[in-house]
Design a binder for this molecule. Structure first.
Ligand SMILES: *Cc1c(COP(=O)(O)O)cnc(C)c1O
Length: 387
């Protein structure tokens, strides 16, 4: 029923590149090879024009201006640039950083690196469904706080954070606010003006674009938001990210943004994905006992479902589900057997953490695939529980 390869239900790890994106990129891997910084000839002008168009699509997708988009190698770099760039540009010798305890490793490990440079940090916890209480952020702010970073949607559970409220508390105290919006952009409407954030990270490969390209939104405001670059060189991207622009990647990112905008306009695709996700939950929960949803069922992405099964080892379950490709939640840490820091912080019982799998659907996922997957999950969990 699925051909040779397993049914792909790991869209939170990466998405397939949209055919339109591949099509848009091809000329820039071929004849249109110019350097977007070459000012003296048509090869350069052609590349620059393509970058300009892509930049405006990416900006438009998040309600920003083109000049506020800094292209990076991905969201890992965007998160590093936001945190390291902001605190290192501060004239204060010391400084305090606030982040939520459920952030992606790219944020948490940037903070750890800054701690080794002498900065201090506070990790804000979450409730049992993974939500940050904005008041906890407000309470953590001190006179030394330079930046606060909270993600829009969690990559393991799909839980959405009250970003607008958190950003407002930060603004009132003069604290710069950064949001890792990688999982949310393209799936739910994201508007930097409405959220009132200063810095926001996004990544193309989580929204049907190519891998290796992302962006940091840097709000253009007065007084100017100062960032110290982490990569120095030719002064590309307003001096914030040197290096010859990967034109083909940027063109692909722009096309992905344009496709996402079209999709978000009606919201029909998000509703379709939410309904097949809910179908899977209904089928699994009606046939199995001791299964939970890890994460908020009220504030969440349309495409992610984190399921916890008691009495089952998630790694064994994933291996046994051979014709379905799912993961334990975080592609970046799934090679280690440490329990998820997200589920641990939420206070999920160890039994349900050890038996947690993340199912994330996408544009090409069908209802039939979800019916097949739920049947496979039910029979596999039942078999594993017999041992
Ligand atoms: C995937 C992901 C990242 C890292 O993005 P890359 O572009 O792969 O470096 C950062 N934050 C979140 C929430 C993610 O899901």
């Amino acid at each position: 029923m699925t051909g040779d390869r397993p049914i792909y239900l790991d869209h939170a790890a990466t998405t397939p590149t949209a055919p339109e994106v591949v099509e848009a990129m091809l000329p820039y891997l071929g004849a249109c090879f110019g350097n977007a910084s070459s000012r003296s000839h048509a090869y350069g002008w052609e590349a620059e024009k393509a970058v300009k168009s892509a930049r405006s699509w990416v900006a438009k997708l998040i309600g920003a201006r083109p000049g506020e988009i800094i292209f990076t190698s991905g969201a890992t770099e965007a998160n590093n640039l936001a945190l390291k760039g902001l605190v290192r540009a501060s004239t204060a010798r010391c400084g305090h950083i606030i982040v939520s305890a459920v952030e992606h490793k790219a944020v948490l490990d940037s903070v750890h690196a800054l701690e080794r440079e002498g900065y201090t940090s506070t990790l804000v916890g979450v409730d049992s469904v993974g939500r940050v209480d904005p008041k906890d952020v407000a309470d953590a702010i001190t006179d030394e706080t330079l930046i606060c970073s909270v993600m829009l949607a969690n990559n393991e559970t799909g839980t959405l954070q009250p970003i607008k409220e958190i950003a407002a508390f930060c603004k009132a105290r003069g604290v710069v606010f950064h949001c890792d919006a990688v999982q949310a952009v393209g799936k739910v409407p994201v508007d930097v003006g409405d959220l009132d954030v200063d810095l926001l990270s996004l990544s193309a490969h989580k929204m049907y674009g190519p891998k290796g390209i992302g962006a940091l939104y840097v709000r253009n405001q007065t007084p100017k938001l100062r960032l110290e670059p982490i990569i120095h060189g030719g002064g590309h991207e307003r001096g914030l990210r040197s290096g010859t622009l990967p034109v083909h990647q940027i063109v692909g990112f722009g096309e992905a943004a344009s496709l996402a905008m079209r999709e978000l306009k009606t919201g029909a695709e998000a509703r379709r994905q939410a309904s097949i996700r809910d179908l899977l939950w209904d089928l699994v929960s009606s046939q199995l006992s001791d299964v939970t949803i890890n994460g908020s069922q009220e504030y969440r992405l349309p495409n992610v479902l984190n399921l916890g099964f008691s009495g089952v080892d998630a790694e064994a379950l994933i291996l046994a589900l051979r014709d379905v490709a799912v993961s334990t939640g975080s592609a970046c840490t799934s090679s280690s057997y440490e329990p998820s820091h997200v589920l641990t912080t939420m206070g999920v019982l160890r039994e349900y953490i050890d038996g947690a799998i993340r199912i994330s659907v996408g544009r090409t996922t069908t209802q039939m695939q979800m019916e097949h997957t739920s049947a496979r999950i039910v029979e596999t969990v039942e078999a594993l529980r017999l041992f």
